[in-house]
Every structure is written in C-alpha cells, then in structure tokens.
Ligand binder design. Structure first.
Ligand SMILES: [Zn+2]
Length: 219
C-alpha cells in the first residue's frame, strides 16, 4: 500500500460520522446516559490496558459510558515507584481513580500478541527490536518478567514465551502498584480490590489470575 492510499480521506469522514452517531445514540433519548454524566462520574472499575487497537476495554467488557475509568499505556505496564524516570502518567490516573473517585476495583488487563511486551522479550533475548527509543526505554520495565519466564521455561521460541511474559508482567505491575504504601493500605482495608486479567485475541477468552498463586485460568 502506498503512502497516498494509506491516507484515506474516508477515515476522517468515518470518524466524524461515528461522532454524530454516538451523539444521537447517547444523547438523543430520554434514557440516554451521557447528559447526566456531565454532573459527575462514579465508575465501577478502573482498567489499565494496553494501547493496542484490538483490546478496547469498553468493547471487551461491554461497558457503558461512565462504567470504566480506563488508562491505556503500551504493554499495560505500571512502573515501580522511585524509578529513574518519575511515573506521573500512570500513577496520576490511579490517584484519580482510587483517591478521588473511590473506585472499588482496579484491573490490569493484558493481552496476547502484545507488541510492547514482545519488544521487552526480544531485547532480553538479544533479538532485533524496533528502532523506537522511547518504546524501548518504556518496555525495559518488563524485562524482569522476561528473565523470570526464560529461567522457568528455557529457550522456547519467542512466540511461545510471549504469553507467559504477558501474564507475568501483569503480576509485576500489580506488585508495583502495591509498592505504593497508600495503595497497599487501601487494599488491606478493603477499599479497593486488585485484579489481573489477560485477554486472548485469537479466541476472545479472558484469563484471570489467582493473585495468591500467580496462576491464570480461563474465566
Ligand atoms: Zn499490548
């Protein structure tokens, strides 16, 4: 496909048509939710998901406007506290969700075929990685999960290791959340429950982590 073909003007027309359709659907009826949501929000869950175009939490979980506070970052990674680069993007969203809005559930939702996790895995395996410096730097935090999985499963092909790393890095991100004392206290007092889920693109299966054992099973 040429660059010219790739810039299909219909794409923007379609997006604008979609915005009009959303407005008609979500504002046009007496029972429409959106006008009322202008007064405030009370999401039922916060979801930290990947930026990948195929894993939109609102679609996967059949959610309605106002249901979910969603943060999408490459690889659904939560940095550890006191990292070399202060993590303001992820934790400011978590503070909005938990401290300001008192959301009672926080889900880290990873997925199969994750390019972000695969970048970390390829770097760990000394395979070629994309020439994207910031992506490379961001995904470095998934490398401890990569090393653990490689140590446990040996030198499987990267395709087979990826799913293990995707799941392991979800557990690592939950650990990184719990490394914040205020969040750990909030969890201990029952004001928030943490969850680790993994979405399998090819089948639509959702896998749920047992946070005591670290094992994932299909819901
Ligand atoms: Zn991803």
């Amino acid at each position: 496909m040429s660059k010219t073909e790739n810039r299909n003007p219909d794409t923007i027309t379609d997006l604008l048509r979609g915005a009009r359709s959303f407005r008609e659907r979500e504002y046009g009826k007496a029972e429409s939710l959106m006008p009322g949501l202008a007064a405030g929000q009370k999401p039922r869950a916060m979801v930290i998901a990947c930026a990948d175009s195929r894993v939109d939490p609102a679609l996967i979980f059949d959610a309605r406007p106002g249901d979910l506070l969603v943060l999408r970052v490459v690889g659904n990674l939560v940095p550890p506290p006191n990292a070399a680069d202060p993590d303001s993007a992820v934790m400011s969203a978590v503070e909005v969700g938990l401290q300001l809005l008192e959301i009672p559930h926080l889900v880290i939702c990873g997925h199969s075929h994750c390019a972000g996790v695969r970048t970390a895995l390829d770097a760990t395996l000394n395979n070629p990685v994309p020439p994207a410096a910031t992506l490379r730097k961001w995904t470095r935090m998934a490398e401890p999960a990569c090393r653990e999985v490689i140590a446990e499963h040996g030198r499987l092909p990267a395709e087979e290791l990826s799913a293990h790393v995707e799941q392991r890095s979800i557990l690592k991100s939950l650990e990184n959340l719990r490394a914040h004392p205020w969040l750990r206290e909030r969890e201990a007092s029952g004001r928030v429950t943490l969850h680790g889920w993994w979405f399998e693109l090819a089948t639509g299966d959702l896998w749920k982590a047992d946070l005591d054992t670290g094992m994932f099973t299909v819901c």
